[in-house]
Design a protein around this ligand. Structure first.
Ligand code: TYM
Length: 325
């Protein structure tokens, strides 16, 4: 399969991004043609600082590498360095009904969060995302649950294009995990874990052991005492159980058994250990890659060259089918 996915380089990459998306990438790259982008053009649709963005782009590349994305197997590149993304987005905008964009949940949420920053880029964001995916003619897109609606639109646009201009694109499926597709905030387990929330609400992949322990120990739990998975009655404990299960490769039932007659605090202490140990190699590799910026830039340059070859071919085909050249 051809696989495409990406993450916005905006702030810290957290455990939700890892468990919902990156962890899938690492498995998929073993047997598929994978393209993973640092989608900086998406990051500028919400308020940002240009100086920070530059750093975040490099840091996101380091995260991909530290988490195990292998540049010999997968293409890793920065979206804005392959201009075909913007061009294809524009071409797709001309066949995307406004109504489809207006009803996008993420647009509504982000507009509410940033009332002074409701720009047309934010509205058109899913069209750019469609261009990202279809430029590489991807069969499948590994993402968290929050991106499903955007993927539906991607399929709609692919279908529309094919109907209007002839068979060109596959309708890519979304790869959304059963567990981990929606990791919740540590401080408000009814909301998803998000980079734009308070630092206490998420675990960044590079948090220190002390920070991780502190955040988990103070995570919001529920009334009652039992460590039991029950998403409606115990959303806090259930979220922590999901994280525990995914990082320790045990089922939630097995973990529940380990904590029968034990307190929330004992459970959290054990979870903190699991998370600290799991993320230890990430912190180590992050330090290594941060000291080798030139090497990381080289990987991004090579990724760009490889991505360009595919992107240019698709753009030529689209231009020609649309009567532009
Ligand atoms: P972004 O940067 O918000 O998130 C990156 C990936 O992490 C997933 N994710 C989560 N998964 C589980 N639990 C959570 N709490 C959680 N929060 C985020 C997201 O679903 C995503 O897979 N629009 C995309 C970026 C993008 C993209 C693309 C993705 C642009 N073009 C093309 C795939 C293909 C976004 O904002 O992701």
């Amino acid at each position: 399969m051809k696989i495409f996915s990406g993450i916005r380089p905006s702030g810290q990459i957290h455990l939700g991004n890892y468990l919902g998306a990156i962890k899938q990438w690492i498995d998929l790259q073993k047997e598929n043609e994978c393209v993973f982008s640092i989608v900086d053009l998406h990051a500028i649709t919400t308020p940002y600082d240009p100086k920070e963005l530059k750093k975040d782009i490099l840091n996101t590349a380091i995260i991909y590498l530290a988490a195990g994305v292998d540049p010999d197997k997968s293409i890793i590149f920065v979206q804005s360095r392959v201009q075909e993304h913007s061009e294809l987005a524009w071409l797709f905008e001309t066949i995307t009904p406004m109504g489809e964009l207006n009803r996008m949940t993420q647009f509504k949420e982000k507009s509410k969060e940033n009332k002074d920053y409701i720009n047309s880029g934010l509205l058109n964001y899913p069209v750019l995302m469609t261009a990202d995916i279809l430029l590489y003619k991807a069969d499948a897109v590994p993402v968290g649950k929050d991106q499903e609606q955007h993927l539906e639109l991607t399929r709609t646009i692919a279908k529309k294009f094919n109907q209007k201009f002839g068979d060109t694109f596959k309708e890519p499926k979304s790869l959304i995990l059963k567990e981990g597709a929606k990791i919740m905030s540590l401080t408000d387990p009814k909301r998803k874990m998000s980079k734009s929330d308070d630092k206490k609400s998420y675990i960044s992949l590079f948090d220190s052991p002390e920070e991780i322990t502190k955040k988990i120990m103070s995570a919001t739990t529920d009334s009652g005492k039992e460590v039991k998975y029950n998403i409606t009655k115990k959303p806090g404990i259930s979220n922590l159980l999901t994280i525990y299960s995914l990082l320790s490769n045990q089922t939630t039932q097995e973990i529940e058994k380990m904590f029968v007659k034990k307190s929330y605090s004992e459970f959290k202490k054990s979870l903190a250990e699991v998370v600290v140990n799991y993320l230890e190699p990430f912190r180590r590799k992050q330090k290594e890659f941060s000291a080798r910026e030139i090497y990381v830039e080289e990987i991004l340059n090579q990724g760009k060259s490889k991505a360009l070859v595919i992107a240019q071919e698709t753009i030529q085909e689209v231009r020609s089918k649309m009567g532009l050249s």
